[in-house]
Design a protein around this ligand. Structure first.
Ligand SMILES: O=C(O)CCC(=O)C(=O)O
Ligand SMILES: [Mn+2]
Length: 225
């Protein structure tokens, strides 16, 4: 069997938009945001054409290798942009424009994660960094194996964890205060799973950017309506 010619490898969810009614979040899922055919093509291209690299993390003076492969793309005009930023490919530009059209927001960077098998995952964290603004808006696209995406509230233990299976071709938007009040993870799994690729589109700010202005102009409310 040629793995990537088999069009029935990945299951997809039902079509439709789900707006989660959870405290302190603006969380929206669109399954089948990309068609099966588009998703199969993007999966194959991204898997084989991306310059995947390992990600080394410093924790208390020790270096750990993250259990996944990554690639970082960022618009080159970004002041102080990462030297590791790669040149956007045709596929990434196509995916970004679809995401921007849907959200009416501008994204200038994307982090790609490759989960090679069930031993790969990402631990609990929020997508909030010094250069992402107060309430970062993260647009997440998935191709390949369905893996569980879990969320937990950072302060309220009375709110149960949320589990969202992210299917081939799905789109998840984390907006509002989601990344201030909630953490997320993709747990490892003992199941025998095929690779999964996740793209998180982000907006990285230049020092001189007026963050408030960006958020007002591109209010996510437009997308929620
Ligand atoms: O793989 C995912 O769905 C999430 C990845 C993630 O949380 C991240 O890269 O910050
Ligand atoms: Mn994240």
């Amino acid at each position: 069997m040629t793995l990537f010619n088999d069009t029935e490898l990945f299951t997809t969810g039902n079509r439709g938009k789900i707006v989660y009614n959870l405290p302190d979040t603006e969380l929206i899922l669109i399954d089948n945001f990309f068609t099966k055919e588009e998703s199969d093509r993007f999966y194959e291209k991204l898997l084989h054409q991306t310059k995947w690299r390992e990600y080394e993390m410093e924790i208390y003076d020790k270096t750990y290798t993250a259990p996944r492969m990554i690639a970082w793309y960022e618009d080159k005009d970004n002041h102080g942009s990462s030297p590791n930023g790669l040149d956007w490919t045709y596929e990434l530009l196509t995916i970004r424009s679809r995401v921007e059209k849907e959200t009416q927001l501008d994204f200038n960077a994307v982090l790609l994660n490759l989960y090679r098998n069930g031993k790969d995952g990402v631990g609990w964290h929020s997508d909030k960094e010094h250069n992402t603004g107060q309430n970062p808006i993260i647009a997440s696209v998935t191709f390949g194996e369905t893996r569980m995406f879990r969320l937990r509230h950072k302060f309220r233990k009375d709110i149960p964890q949320v589990e969202i299976p992210l299917h081939h071709g799905s789109f998840l938007l984390m907006a509002g205060t989601t990344n201030s009040f909630w953490q997320h993870e993709v747990p490892k799994t003992a199941r025998n799973v095929l690779p999964r690729i996740n793209l998180t589109f982000r907006r990285i700010y230049r020092k001189e950017d007026n963050v408030q202005h960006f958020h007002t102009r591109n209010s996510v409310q437009k997308f929620l309506l």
